[in-house]
Design a binder for this molecule. Structure first.
Ligand code: FES
Ligand SMILES: [Fe+2]
Length: 414
């Protein structure tokens, strides 16, 4: 690539070139160097309870199939036939004994091995080596508290090392309940924006909420966070980030009386599992680099799948307490729909901002501008009881780390 990444991203000064959100060439390199080397969310194990259960998803912009192999393991492989590149599986999810390509009928088993080929004898004259023609396997899969992540890079660190201090914050979500359950079907839609806008926002940006979401917040219950509400932001050398309030910030949304009561009762169990600090305070916005984000308050998690430099496909799910009564689960599911789904009020407001920025970047002069990430620069430190580097919640600490990690990967040759 002719442009130097260090000319585009300066995480020390806090400047990011607008080009990184709109340039085709940069996009191609980041698919290879960022998405080709990072751990990417595949599925939650509860989505695949039985042998043959599968979902189709993506790693970066590559389609993959994730399937329960029936031997306690999950397989993930490229959703691309080795004959002529057709999708091997065209459904979003289901249960299969094998996957038959709908173009010429090649058949793959639950591990992606090629097992049957029409006219293998009279057409190929027995010369086709099926053992070499399996679907391209995702070589590494990690199961972290039921969350399955995959990585193409054999040399990447283990998922635990990749998470680093972020594990402590992720556990506040992934380990809050004794048993997790995915509530309802996923939401799936597209937004005309670069994948870095939402990933970055969920890592670093509660700043926008007071402006972007203020009407919705008032409509949802009024007395939201005041300007002097204290909070922290965590940043990681791995590019992950999270922000949360230290004061007892009220919930953003109303779950209804039954769910409110159940949540108050289960607070004690949550404190036992996570400790007071995490059970009560670490409940904010989060991104695990590069594109897996979650919100603890409304219990949704999502992947911002890149679809070219100007579009993302969003997939979101609601995580619930499997032991809660149905009424409570339903209240939580509906709350997530109301707030952070395709039609959710906060989600729509965020998407509008991202799509507008992307639209502005159609302008040639606009693409030569740079964006400001200086908030809280030079004020990073540590906070007792909270792992890693921290700063004020109203800072862009995790944003600078996000782009520092991004630039590192973009500059390193394989
Ligand atoms: S493309 Fe799959 S069988 Fe031909
Ligand atoms: Fe938002």
């Amino acid at each position: 690539m002719s442009t130097r990444i260090s000319d585009l991203v300066d995480p020390v000064e806090g400047r990011v070139s607008a080009r990184i959100y709109a340039d085709e060439q940069i996009y191609d390199v980041e698919m290879e160097r960022v998405f080709g080397r990072s751990w990417l969310f595949l599925a939650h194990e509860s989505m695949l309870p039985k042998r043959g259960d599968y979902i189709t998803t993506s790693m970066g912009d590559d389609p993959v199939v994730v399937v329960n192999r029936g031997d306690g393991e999950v397989a993930a492989f490229m959703n691309q036939c080795r004959h002529r590149g057709m999708r091997i599986c065209r459904a979003d999810q289901g249960n299969a004994r094998a996957f038959t390509c709908s173009y010429h009928g090649w058949v793959y088993d639950l591990q992606g091995n090629l097992t049957q080929v029409p006219h293998e004898d009279d057409g190929y004259l027995g010369a086709l080596d099926k053992s070499q023609m399996g679907a391209l396997r995702v070589p590494r899969i990690a199961n972290y508290r039921g969350f399955l992540f995959g990585c193409w890079d054999e040399k990447a660190p283990s998922f635990e090392d990749y998470l680093g201090d972020m594990a402590w914050y992720f556990d506040s979500f992934a380990n809050r309940y004794e048993n997790n359950e995915i509530l309802g079907a996923p939401n799936r839609w597209t937004i005309e924006c670069n994948w870095k806008f939402p990933s970055e926002q969920f890592a670093t940006d509660v700043y926008h909420a007071e402006t972007s979401h203020i009407s919705a917040l008032i409509a949802q219950g009024g007395d939201w966070v005041t300007a002097d509400t204290k909070g922290l932001q965590f940043s990681s050398p791995g590019g992950h980030g999270t922000g949360f309030y230290l004061d007892d910030a009220p919930d953003m949304t109303d779950y209804g009386p039954a769910a409110r009561q159940y949540r108050a009762e289960s607070r004690e169990r949550e404190v036992e599992r996570l400790g007071e600090t995490r059970a009560v305070h670490v409940r904010g916005h989060n991104t695990i680099f590069p594109n897996f984000s979650f919100l603890i308050g409304t219990n949704t998690f999502r992947v911002w799948h890149p679809r070219g430099p100007h579009q993302i496909e969003v997939m979101t799910w609601t995580l619930g307490d499997a032991d809660a009564p149905d009424e409570v689960k339903d209240a939580m599911r509906r709350n997530a729909l109301r707030t952070f789904s395709a039609g959710g009020i906060f989600e729509a407001e965020d998407g509008e901002n991202w799509a507008e920025i992307q639209d502005v970047l159609k302008g040639g002069r606009a693409r030569r501008s740079s964006f400001d990430f200086t908030m809280g620069r030079g004020a990073a430190g540590t906070t007792e009881g909270y792992p890693g580097t921290t700063n004020n919640i109203y800072s862009e600490e995790a944003g600078r780390s996000f782009y520092r990690r991004w630039a590192q990967l973009m500059e390193e040759d394989q």
